[in-house]
Design a protein. Structure first.
Length: 594
C-alpha cells in the first residue's frame, strides 16, 4: 500500500519545464555532434579518395607525356645536328640558282622539292609515332625557308607557324633549356637551334588538355596548365555539351604536378557531381541524415505531447484571463502553475491601481476643462449691462429688446458647462450672434463672410472654438477706424495622416507682429495670465481632447491681415475616451435660462 501511494504521488508530481527543455537540448546537441563527426570523417575519406584518383589519372598521362617530350627532344636534336633530311634541304637551297640563268635550274628545283618532301614524310612519321596532335617544323636561317608538317590540319598549324616565323625574323624566339618544353601563348613547344637552322615540335594546349580529359571517368572535368616563368595559367573545363571552355588566370594552387621534361606544371580536377550518385560514402552519409531526422522527429513528438501541450493549455488560459481577469492556476508544469498565481495577484493589484488612477485623471481633467470654460473676463457682460442701462434712460425699448435677446442667447451658450462637442453649424450661428451683440454695443457693422462645406454642418467641435479666435481677431488685429471684415472657411482637411475638419479664420487687420507670431506657434505664451487667455484656453482644450492629432497654426496673409488655421480630427474614435468626462459634467448641468 505504501509503495502504491508513492507511485501515485510520483505520477501526480508536477514536472519542471526547465528540466524537460534541458533534456531535449542535450539529446539534440548529442545527435547533431554525432552526425557532424561521422559525416566529417566520411567526407574527408571521400575527398581523399577523389584527390588520390585525380593524382593517379594525372600521373598516368603525365608519365606518358613526359616520355614523349623526352623522345621528341632527342629526335629533333638528332635531326638538327646529325639528320640527313635537314641537311639535304639546307644543301638543296644553297646550291639552287635562278632558273632563268642556268639550264640546270629545273633540276635544282626538283632536288629541293624532293628534299622537302622527304623531310615532311619524316615529320609525318614522327607525328604518327608520338601522336597525331604533335607537329614539327624546320627553319633554314640561311635561306629563310620554313618547312613544317604534323598531324593537325593546315588551318590549325598556320597560326603557330606564322608566330614562330615572325619571332625568328625578329630574333625574339625562345629556345628550349635543359630539355624542358614550355608554354607559349596557347601552345606547348620545344625549339632548338643548330648549325643548319632552327627546328622544333609543338602541340596545342587545347589538344593536350583534350587528351588528358579523355581519361576522366566523369563528363565534366578540368585541367590547369601553369607556367611559373610568366605566371600564366590556362584552365580548360569540359562543358556538358562536350566542348572545352578556356579561362586564363594566374596561379590558383600551391601544388601542381610537374614533369622532368617540361617547364610548365599541371593539375587535374575531376568533377564528381555525377560520380557521387554511385559512390558509397554519400549514400552512407544520407542514411545518417535520415537517422538523425528520425531522432529529431521523435524528440519533436515528445516535445509536442509533454511540453507544447502544456504551453497550449497555458495560452488558452491566457485568452480566458483576458476576458475574465482570472487565471486558471491548475497546470501540469510547476512554472505555469506559479505563473498563474502571480498573474492573478498582479491582476488584482493592477485593477485596483487602474481604478484609482482613472478616477484621479477624470477629476483632474474635469477641473481643467471647467477652469478653461469659465476663465473668461467679465467686462464684456458688464459692458452689455451698461449699454442696456443707457438705452433705458433714453427710452430705446426696441434696441433694448433686441440686444437683451441677443445677449441672452450669447450667455446661454457660453454658460453651458458640458464640454460635449457642438456642431460646426451651431458654433457659426453663435459666432454670428456674437457679432450682432458687438454691433449693438459699438454701433458699427462687422462684415463676416462664411464659406462652409455642407457635409461638415454636423461635424462636432469643442464649444466656443471659432468664437474665441474671432474675438481675438476683433480685439488685437483690427485698426480703429477701419471697416472690420472676417472670412471664415470650413472644409475637409488632413493633418498627421488623419482626416478631419479644417477651419480657417482671416481678417483684414494689421496681422501678428513677429514676436507674437513665434510665441503663438510655439505655445510659449506671455507670463501675464490675461494675455491671449482665449487662445491659451482654446489650444489647451484641443490638446486635452485630441492630443497631437489637432493643430492650431498662426500666420500672416501676404495680402494683409492675420490668419488662424485650425484642424480638428474626426472625433468619434478620439473622443471615446472622454465620455466619462462628459458624463460627469452632464450630472452637474441644469436647465439654462436667461
Amino acid at each position: 500500500m505504501k509503495r502504491k501511494n508513492q507511485w501515485i504521488n510520483t505520477r501526480n508530481r508536477k514536472k519542471s519545464l526547465a528540466g524537460k527543455i534541458v533534456w531535449i537540448a542535450v539529446i539534440l546537441v548529442f545527435a547533431g555532434l554525432l552526425e557532424v563527426a561521422v559525416g566529417y570523417t566520411l567526407l574527408n575519406k571521400y575527398h581523399s579518395q577523389v584527390a588520390d584518383m585525380e593524382y593517379k589519372l594525372t600521373d598516368v598521362y603525365m608519365t606518358k607525356t613526359n616520355q614523349n617530350f623526352n623522345m621528341i627532344n632527342t629526335s629533333v636534336r638528332s635531326m638538327l645536328f646529325d639528320g640527313q633530311e635537314i641537311k639535304k634541304v639546307s644543301d638543296a637551297y644553297k646550291k639552287a640558282a635562278p632558273y632563268y640563268k642556268d639550264d640546270g635550274a629545273l633540276g635544282d628545283v626538283l632536288v629541293q622539292n624532293s628534299s622537302v618532301t622527304e623531310l615532311k614524310n619524316t615529320f609525318l612519321s614522327m607525328s604518327q609515332s608520338y601522336g597525331n596532335t604533335f607537329n614539327f617544323f624546320y627553319y633554314d636561317t640561311a635561306n629563310e625557308r620554313m618547312t613544317e608538317y604534323g598531324g593537325c590540319e593546315y588551318y590549325v598549324r598556320k597560326p603557330f607557324i606564322d608566330k614562330i616565323s615572325e619571332l625568328i625574323h625578329n630574333k625574339t624566339v625562345e629556345y628550349t633549356k635543359e630539355g624542358k618544353w614550355f608554354l607559349y601563348d596557347d601552345y606547348l613547344c620545344t625549339i632548338y637551334k643548330g648549325p643548319n637552322g632552327i627546328a622544333g615540335a609543338w602541340i596545342r594546349a587545347l589538344d593536350f588538355a583534350e587528351s588528358m580529359l579523355e581519361l576522366s571517368p566523369t563528363q565534366c572535368s578540368s585541367i590547369e596548365i601553369y607556367d611559373s616563368k610568366y605566371d600564366q595559367a590556362l584552365i580548360y573545363t569540359r562543358q556538358k555539351n562536350g566542348t572545352l571552355a578556356l579561362e586564363r588566370s594566374g596561379k590558383t594552387q600551391e601544388s601542381y604536378y610537374g614533369m622532368n621534361n617540361a617547364r610548365f606544371e599541371c593539375r587535374f580536377i575531376m568533377d564528381t557531381r555525377d560520380y557521387d550518385s554511385t559512390f558509397l560514402y554519400p549514400m552512407i552519409f544520407l542514411g545518417l541524415i535520415i537517422i538523425y531526422l528520425i531522432i529529431v522527429s521523435a524528440v519533436l513528438i515528445y516535445t509536442k505531447r509533454n511540453i507544447l501541450g502544456q504551453v497550449r493549455y497555458f495560452y488558452d488560459n491566457l485568452l480566458a484571463f483576458k476576458d475574465t481577469a482570472r487565471f486558471n492556476e491548475e497546470s501540469g508544469l510547476v512554472e505555469f502553475s506559479e505563473a498563474g498565481k502571480v498573474l492573478n495577484q498582479l491582476s488584482e493589484e493592477i485593477h485596483k491601481l487602474k481604478i484609482d488612477i482613472y478616477e484621479e485623471q477624470i477629476a483632474k481633467q474635469r477641473v481643467e476643462l471647467d477652469y478653461a470654460q469659465l476663465q473668461i473676463r467679465p467686462h464684456f457682460y458688464i459692458n452689455c449691462l451698461n449699454i442696456i442701462y443707457s438705452m433705458a434712460q433714453v427710452n430705446r425699448m426696441k434696441e433694448i429688446q433686441e440686444i437683451a435677446l441677443q445677449v441672452s442667447t450669447y450667455l446661454r451658450y457660453i454658460f453651458k458647462k458640458s464640454m460635449e462637442p457642438v456642431s460646426v453649424l451651431k458654433e457659426l450661428e453663435f459666432t454670428k450672434n456674437y457679432l450682432k451683440v458687438l454691433e449693438c454695443m459699438n454701433d458699427m457693422t462687422y462684415m463676416c463672410h462664411i464659406q462652409m462645406d455642407e457635409a461638415l454642418g454636423d461635424f462636432g467641435i469643442p464649444p466656443l472654438l471659432i468664437q474665441t479666435f474671432v474675438e481675438n481677431s476683433l480685439k488685437h488685429n483690427m485698426d480703429a477706424g477701419n471697416d472690420c471684415a472676417l472670412d471664415i472657411c470650413v472644409e475637409r482637411g488632413q493633418w498627421a495622416d488623419k482626416d478631419g475638419c479644417a477651419i480657417t479664420i482671416r481678417d483684414n487687420g494689421r496681422g501678428f507682429d513677429v514676436d507674437a507670431l513665434g510665441a503663438l506657434n510655439s505655445g510659449t505664451f506671455s507670463e501675464d495670465a490675461s494675455y491671449h487667455i482665449g487662445i491659451r484656453n482654446a489650444v489647451a482644450r484641443l490638446n486635452m481632447l485630441y492630443g497631437p492629432a489637432s493643430r492650431v497654426h498662426f500666420y500672416n496673409n501676404p495680402e494683409g491681415g492675420a490668419v488662424v488655421a485650425i484642424f480638428v480630427p474626426d472625433n468619434e474614435e478620439l473622443l471615446k475616451d472622454k465620455n466619462d468626462i462628459k458624463d460627469i459634467n452632464a450630472k452637474d448641468d441644469g436647465e439654462d435660462s436667461c
